[in-house]
Design a protein. Structure first.
Length: 86
């Protein structure tokens, strides 16, 4: 059992190493850019107007097809929405 466990650990470390190399190559080629924004600037402004108009944030998030937390981050300008709040 110990031998099988050691082989599994070795195999997993090789997989992770290859994955990291692939991601590094993709970043150099400009292919791997991470997550994309879920909301555009126009959608954020529309959401801000609706929230200011009294519509519940949960309803606005459902209408836009995003989670409530994503909407809150966009409205507050946190994370990937940092420049959108300005």
């Amino acid at each position: 059992m110990h031998v099988l466990g050691a082989v599994a650990q070795l195999e997993r470390s090789i997989i992770r190493q290859r994955q990291a190399e692939g991601i590094a190559k993709a970043k150099v080629n400009g292919v791997y850019k991470g997550r994309m924004k879920a909301l555009t600037g126009g959608q954020i402004q529309e959401a801000r107007n609706r929230v200011d108009g009294g519509v519940p944030k949960a309803q606005v998030a459902r209408d836009l097809g995003v989670s409530r937390q994503t909407l809150l981050n966009a409205l507050a300008g946190r994370g990937v929405y940092g420049e959108a709040a300005m």
